[in-house]
Design a protein around this ligand. Structure first.
Ligand code: ADP
Length: 262
């Protein structure tokens, strides 16, 4: 089994002893995970195994009860008196979030803004870019996701696949070092899944963005992943290259899970 922790230089994401419970429900259980810069890690596992929670912890949307989470050289949470973990300050959190992009299952676009305006918003409001610069970059990103022609359309005028491609372009607009994708195709009609996976493939092929993806698209996972991590009950059950975890899993629960989804 490949190890989930690394002794190499600075990881893009480093988690140690991360624990998160909702009431009695322990969702992340003493989790250690490193993601190397530029690495593409696909997280798989049964519903409820903690996959979304781990991405939300990285995005500072969910505070762990214990452990450390580091993105680049920044610690996301710090110990307060009494041992409670706190997000490390509003300003700090904003700067961490600007290093990370997250794309959700439901696109979360602003419905009253055009595709272009949705993409320009964070670079202008959060990063202080000029409107001209932000517009130019947003148009380049729309072109990249095959939607240059839809720049002035609002989300209501776009298909689900198009909305998700705009959401991906939007999250790339701040040039995050780490991108988190949480089941970004699972709310789409089947015929729209391919166009979104193609965009993800393009980003993966460029190789410069660290990617953590939760997906049930196993064919896609085996194509783009450097490493597949199988979650089960808040723990990593096994992890390794797709040829190992997807084609020759060692754990019975991985075999059962893959038997159910393939
Ligand atoms: P997965 O993505 O693998 O399906 P999740 O990380 O979404 O799993 O959820 C793991 C468990 O945590 C589930 O049992 C879910 O019901 C629970 N959970 C997630 N978020 C919350 C929350 N905000 N409040 C209470 N329980 C939650």
């Amino acid at each position: 089994m490949a190890t989930n922790v690394s002794d190499k230089g600075a990881a893009a994401v480093r988690m140690r002893g991360v624990r998160k419970a909702f009431g009695d429900n322990v969702v992340l259980d003493d989790l250690d995970l490193d993601v190397e810069p530029g690495e593409r890690v696909v997280i798989i596992g049964p519903s409820g195994s903690g996959k979304t929670t781990i991405l939300r912890v990285c995005m500072t949307l969910e505070r762990p009860d214990d452990g450390t989470v580091q993105v680049g050289d920044r610690q996301l949470y710090h110990d307060e008196r009494g041992g409670q973990l706190r997000p490390a300050g509003e300003k700090h959190i904003r700067s961490v979030r600007s290093d990370i992009g997250m794309v959700f299952q439901h696109f979360n676009l602003f419905p009253h803004m055009s595709a272009l305006e949705n993409i320009m918003l964070a670079p202008v409001k959060v990063h202080g870019r000029s409107k001209d610069e932000a517009r130019e970059r947003a148009m380049a990103l729309l072109d990249k996701v095959g939607l240059a022609h839809a720049a002035n359309q609002t989300p209501g005028q776009l298909s689900g696949g198009q909305k998700q491609r705009v959401a991906i372009a939007r999250s790339l607009a701040t040039e995050p070092a780490v991108m988190l994708f949480d089941e970004v195709t699972s709310a789409l009609d089947p015929e729209l899944v391919g166009e979104v996976l193609n965009v993800l493939r393009d980003i993966a092929e460029e190789g410069s963005t660290t990617m953590m993806l939760v997906t049930h698209e196993m064919g896609f996972a085996s194509e783009v992943a450097d490493r597949v991590v199988m979650f089960d009950q808040g723990r990593i059950l096994e992890s390794g290259p797709p040829s190992q975890v997807l084609r020759d899993p060692q754990e019975q629960r991985t075999k059962d899970f893959l038997g159910a989804v393939f």
